[in-house]
Design a protein around this ligand. Structure first.
Ligand SMILES: Cc1cc2nc3c(=O)[nH]c(=O)nc-3n(C[C@H](O)[C@H](O)[C@H](O)COP(=O)(O)OP(=O)(O)OC[C@H]3O[C@@H](n4cnc5c(N)ncnc54)[C@H](O)[C@@H]3O)c2cc1C
Length: 617
């Protein structure tokens, strides 16, 4: 079957329409990242860099101190990796500390900490034990507490939130064997019975993190379809499911490359009876709930990534000084020194993005959907590269397991475990590829909204004419403005950061022009041109990261403490990132997309099967 089979196109269209129907449409609050794609760098949205209030910081510091002491004294991450268990005593100790109720308001028995403090906790734990970080984060970034906080009724909050303070663990069940990135394929059903007062849940969920130990799970299931605009539309609804109910089955425990301590697997529902009161939001709003939960939920991934990157930085620094080869510490050989520069500068940028986006989430006067997706994408990718470079810097010892190293009296940094534990971050909570599509869709939204009537075949000619006039008025002002020399610098950054700020402004205008040209060129077909969209997204991502790094460096410079040399890190990061941006702009004309697609088509058609020779299949 060809890649471009008509049925596949129809199916693809249906999946896109389905996802579209569940996306958050409104932009109630401003988004710094959105504007970057439209030629505007609105510095006041991120500068001065947001800092924690002393009271909030003090609350967070007190919890972090207790958490760190507890982990150091009670948890051996290498043992978790080897045995596949987070010990009972650790689970109990974490519960006693309130680690399963970090963001839950105090009135429900939780710690009532802010998003910044919650992310600080995950950042700390991730730098020590990946499995424990994922246990805590799957439970409260996407598990029951988060959607309940966002959308739960008073009754639901009163019933469930206090349980988490006692140590009940929760989970989030969206994925199914046939529904990974594409939720339209979901087949778990919730059938209304007894006049709609209850639902019978049937089906199977895959890779539900914590699913094997959870007391309650938020489950997305298909409820009866509705007719929308004359067409039948699939409905997905979110239910709070108590796992002690008859009909809940743990079918399989999955084993992975890393994160050996997490309890994750296949769970099944057989006529499990759920009361109507356990629906969160309302019937048919389940996918919207899942997507909205993930907007803030995925902010823990940048936080965890930054924690891991700092751990790598620490290991790489120590080893590069200690290990001597060819008459010098390895850190003095240029190849290793440049790796160290990459690790330090990108860790700095990740730190900036993490605390900027976390503060935006607490502020609630910023739209963070683009920022969170960009930060997740950028930080998970670079942390993976950083861990890989750290392993390379450690040489053979990087590949050796920590316990084996310890037995031979060597430095026992578990770089190989860390590498195994973090790889999945490019897949969970939105794969890198899906994050690109998501960012592209949101970034193009203002244009698509304006152009929609023109692209719609059903719009009357009069209506099209009216829209065309309105569009002309807008674009005749906006577009020429993108060609003007750098506008007035609307920022109060340190003068040493101005060249970077100017670059961001100019590149943002160029990006906006480029995006507009691509819309005019490809029109409706642009949504299928992933290579074009990916370049647009990657440029916007780099510019957002550069802006965050500049705002953060400015803040540290003004503190005039030891971090004053943050300028070096921001400068190196911005130079590296702008090099990538320039390359991406060049690639829009000089690329091998057509050849790559052609080879892929032939490959799928088995035309290169001969290349798979002389191997054991
Ligand atoms: C350790 C672990 C923990 C997890 N925890 C949870 C959890 O707690 N709850 C939960 O519900 N799920 C969980 N998941 C599932 C996870 O969210 C999915 O793996 C993820 O959504 C991707 O789905 P998939 O693996 O089926 O990949 P697929 O959707 O099959 O994708 C395969 C590849 O194709 C790419 N791709 C797919 N569609 C497109 C497209 N349109 N354009 C371009 N590329 C595309 C993807 O990016 C990916 O590279 C977990 C998974 C793992 C491995």
């Amino acid at each position: 079957m060809s890649l471009y089979d008509k049925n596949i196109s129809e199916e693809k269209k249906a999946s896109l329409e389905f996802a579209e129907a569940s996306r958050e449409e409104k932009w109630t609050y401003p988004s710094f990242a959105l504007q970057i794609f439209h030629g505007r760098v609105d510095w006041p949205l991120i500068h001065p860099f947001p800092v924690q209030s002393p009271a909030d910081k003090e609350k967070g510091d007190a919890f972090l101190r207790k958490l760190e002491t507890f982990l150091r004294q009670n948890l051996d991450p290498n043992e978790v990796d080897r045995t596949g268990e987070i010990p009972e005593g650790v689970m109990k100790g974490l519960a006693d500390l309130g680690a399963f109720a970090i963001k839950i308001p105090e009135e429900y028995g939780g710690l009532g900490l802010s998003q910044v403090n919650y992310n600080r906790a995950i950042h700390l734990v991730a730098s020590y034990c990946g499995s424990t970080a994922v246990l805590l984060s799957a439970h409260q970034s996407i598990g029951v507490p988060q959607p309940l906080k966002l959308f739960g009724t008073q009754e639901q909050k009163r019933k469930y939130l206090p349980q988490f303070a006692q140590g009940t663990v929760s989970a989030f069940a969206l994925t199914e064997p046939e529904a990974g990135s594409d939720p339209r394929n979901m087949s778990t059903t919730a059938t209304p019975i007894e006049d709609g007062r209850f639902y019978l849940l049937n089906g199977e969920k895959l890779w539900c993190t914590n699913g094997l130990i959870a007391g309650v799970i938020i489950v997305m299931a298909v409820t009866p379809p509705k007719i929308v605009d004359g067409k039948e539309r699939k409905q997905i609804t979110a239910f709070i499911v108590e796992t002690h109910q008859p009909g809940f089955e743990i079918a399989h425990q999955c084993r992975f490359m890393g994160l050996h301590g997490i309890k994750i697997g296949v769970i099944r529902f057989h006529n499990l009876k759920v009361p109507k009161e356990n629906i969160i939001l309302s019937e048919g709003e389940g996918l919207k709930l899942a997507l909205t939960t993930l907007n803030t939920g995925r902010l823990t991934l940048p936080a965890a990534s930054a924690g891991v990157a700092k751990w790598c930085l620490n290991v790489a620094r120590q080893w590069s000084v200690k290990r001597r080869q060819w008459g010098a510490p390895i850190g003095e050989h240029e190849s290793i020194a440049l790796k160290l520069g990459y690790i330090a500068s990108h860790t700095f940028a990740m730190d900036a993005m993490t605390w900027l986006t976390s503060a935006m989430a607490d502020d609630k006067r910023r739209d963070i959907r683009l920022e969170a997706a960009i930060a997740k994408d950028f930080c998970t990718y670079h942390t993976w590269r950083i861990a890989d470079e750290t392993l390379q810097i450690r040489g053979g010892q990087g590949y050796e397991q920590a316990e084996s190293l310890a037995k031979r009296g060597m430095d026992s940094w578990a770089v190989e475990r860390v590498l195994r534990d973090i790889r999945v971050n490019l897949i969970i909570e939105g794969t890198t590829e899906i994050m690109h599509l998501f960012v592209a869709r949101e970034a193009l939204d203002p244009h698509l909204n304006r152009l929609k009537p023109l692209l719609n075949a059903k719009t009357s000619l009069t209506e099209k004419g009216k829209t065309f006039l309105e569009l002309s008025q807008h674009y005749l002002v906006w577009y020429p403005g993108l060609w003007l020399p750098a506008r007035k610098r609307g920022n109060a950054l340190d003068p040493r950061l101005q060249p970077q700020a100017d670059y961001i402004q100019n590149a943002s205008c160029r990006l906006a022009r480029e995006t507009f040209h691509q819309i005019l060129r490809h029109q409706k077909k642009l949504e299928a041109r992933q290579a074009v969209l990916n370049r647009i997204v990657d440029i916007g991502t780099e510019l957002f990261a550069m802006a965050a790094a500049c705002a953060y460096a400015d803040h540290l410079l003004k503190k005039q403490e030891k971090e004053a040399n943050a300028l070096d890190l921001a400068d190196l990061f911005c130079r590296t990132a702008s090099g990538r941006v320039d390359g991406l702009f060049r690639e829009r004309r000089a690329n091998c997309d057509a050849q790559g697609m052609s080879v892929a088509r032939k490959l799928l058609d088995r035309q290169y099967e001969w290349l798979e020779n002389d191997i054991i299949k």
